[in-house]
Ligand binder design. Structure first.
Ligand code: NAD
Length: 515
């Protein structure tokens, strides 16, 4: 294991970026939400919190914006998103760096997060000319039956710390082209990247106006800053017909029923407990690399992080000791430093959860490689840990739940059906993968009797989705889909229209009603 010493001046660097990205001084205050960097644990800034009244006013502005934005032709709305994508391209280095400073991601992952925002903008621009409905054959002569998709209304977005800006863009880029304003409640752990993103949105809106495309209505994009109480304001407001909420399953259990009670749409993107199967025929070199990134990347703080590994008994002894060596050699340290692969955990709570899970794993008979805090890195308030590989006697204890930290549990299996059954025997259903060169196994894994997850991969790990495919999971992951395929339909309402261009009035199902 190589340990880098931290580079200086996280705060100075972050403040300089916020200034360059034109985040207004009014976003900050003497008292408010304290934004820290997990790199050193230091306070970077204090952000003005949104009061409940202000949040309601923001929702009101968005509801007003909806009246104008829904009438703008979709391809013109797409032009706004195109300008937003251009703004993100121009700001990629700064915003990517700010993601690193605020969320602790290594440099390439910080930049990758912004690239994902750019990609969804590109996707949404194309989509703005593809918001189509079906025409359906009707049983009535001289009639036409069709469906029309209309903008839905204000879209609430609640996001988690670990993808502090990309998750907003998955929702917002689609919502904007679909004709919906967005009110965003970012994670209280990552307000700075949200403010920076909002500044980029505002610049795109100005450019849209300067290009003579008409004004972007005030309130099209709002950010409300604070903890769960402010999220609750968004969830409870009847002017918000759709809320996309990304975070823990515990959060979804609170938010989901509230939205259901007022018949609002919920796009829930919740926790994962993702697994991979390594079959007898697997290319072990490739599997090793895939597993290492999926399990240790982002310091285990991705919803799609690989947390459970089922290895066939015939390859276990060839794979697991090699994996343990990779774990022992991984470079942990300041995420800005060249060569670092594992940055810090987000905070003390994350570290405590990891310690607790490892204690439970040991109590359940697990053999732990790695784990523990790396002393001397980043200062008292920073939590750098050695990723842990835990050989378990069976799938039990902490293995059944998501711990948002770099812990990979490994279990031996004998036959494919057993492995799939173990794979599916947890509450979450987000992402999954199999490493195999056996075509029958690969096909069965992605078939109806295989993985029960929203994402099922072959010969790549479960982590690292790309724009274009619908993203989301089943069971306790919440069932929402974002970012690709026909996910746009969640942001629109469908009307079925039947038009009579004849002179008779035939009724469906042969019903007669002669007056
Ligand atoms: P979290 O649940 O603590 O918080 C997520 C967001 O929900 C925050 O903005 C928070 O303020 C808000 N929130 C919490 N309780 C709320 C309530 N009752 N009403 C309204 N808002 C509320 O999650 P976190 O620690 O920031 O992120 C880690 C979790 O997110 C992990 O479980 C991870 O798997 C999950 N996650 C899922 C996806 C996905 O797409 N499925 C993506 C990223 C993260």
């Amino acid at each position: 294991m190589t340990v880098h010493t931290t580079l200086p001046s996280v705060r100075d660097e972050a403040l300089a970026i916020l200034k360059r990205l034109e985040v207004p001084d009014s976003a900050f205050a003497d008292k408010g939400l304290v934004a820290r960097s997990p790199i050193t644990g230091e306070v970077v800034a204090t952000v003005r919190e949104t009061s409940a009244e202000e949040a309601k006013a923001a929702i009101g502005r968005a509801a007003e914006a909806f009246k104008a934005w829904r009438r703008v032709p979709a391809p013109k709305r797409g032009e706004f998103v195109r300008l937003l994508g251009e703004g993100l391209r121009a700001a990629k280095d700064d915003l990517g760096r700010l993601v690193t400073l605020e969320a602790g991601k290594i440099t390439s992952e910080g930049l990758g997060e912004v690239q994902e925002m750019i990609d969804i903008c590109d996707f949404a621009v194309g989509l703005s000319r593809q918001l189509y409905g079906l025409t359906v054959a009707t049983e009535r002569a001289d009639h036409r039956m069709m469906e029309t998709w209309h903008p839905l209304g204000v879209c609430g977005v609640i996001s988690a710390f670990n993808f502090p800006v990309a998750v907003w863009s998955w929702n917002a880029a689609l919502a904007f082209v679909c004709g919906d304003p967005v009110v965003w409640k970012p994670s209280e752990k990552t307000p700075l990247t949200a403010l920076a993103t909002q500044a980029i949105v505002e610049r795109a809106a100005r450019r849209y106006g300067e290009a003579g495309l008409g004004p972007v209505p005030a309130g099209l994009s709002e950010v409300i800053v604070g903890g769960r109480e402010i999220g609750e304001v968004l969830v409870d407001d009847p002017r918000v017909p759709v809320v996309s909420a990304t975070g823990s399953t515990a959060m979804g259990r609170k938010v989901g029923p509230k939205l259901a009670a007022r018949f609002a749409r919920a796009i829930l993107e919740l926790g994962g407990n993702n697994a991979a199967i390594v079959a007898p025929s697997a290319d072990l070199d490739l599997a090793l690399r895939g597993i290492a990134f999926a399990a240790m990347g982002t310091a285990g703080q991705r919803c799609t992080t690989l947390r459970r590994l089922f290895v066939h008994e015939s390859v276990y002894d060839r794979l697991v000791p090699r994996l343990a060596r990779v774990y022992g050699n991984v470079t942990i340290g300041d995420p800005r430093a060249k060569g670092t692969l594992v940055g810090p955990l987000i905070d003390a709570h994350a570290f405590e959860s990891m310690e607790k899970a490892l204690d439970e794993a040991k109590a359940a008979g697990g053999k732990v490689h790695g784990g523990g805090r790396v002393a001397g890195l980043g200062g008292e308030g920073a939590y750098y840990v050695r990723p842990a590989l835990v050989e378990m006697p069976g799938q039990t204890g902490p293995m059944l739940h998501e711990t948002f930290a770099p812990i990979l549990y490994v279990v031996r299996y004998r036959d494919f059906d057993e492995a799939v059954a173990l794979h599916n025997a947890v509450g979450a259903g987000l992402s999954s993968s199999i490493f195999t060169l056996d075509m029958r196994e690969a096909e069965r894994f992605v078939s109806v009797e295989g993985s029960d997850c929203g994402i099922a991969n072959v010969n790549i790990g479960p982590s690292g989705a790309e724009i274009g495919g619908a993203f989301g999971g089943e069971k306790e992951t919440g069932g929402g889909r974002e970012a690709g395929s026909d996910a746009w339909k969640a942001y629109m309402r469908r009307a079925t229209n039947t038009l009579n261009y004849g002179t008779a009035l035939p009724l469906a199902q042969g019903v007669t009603f002669d007056v």
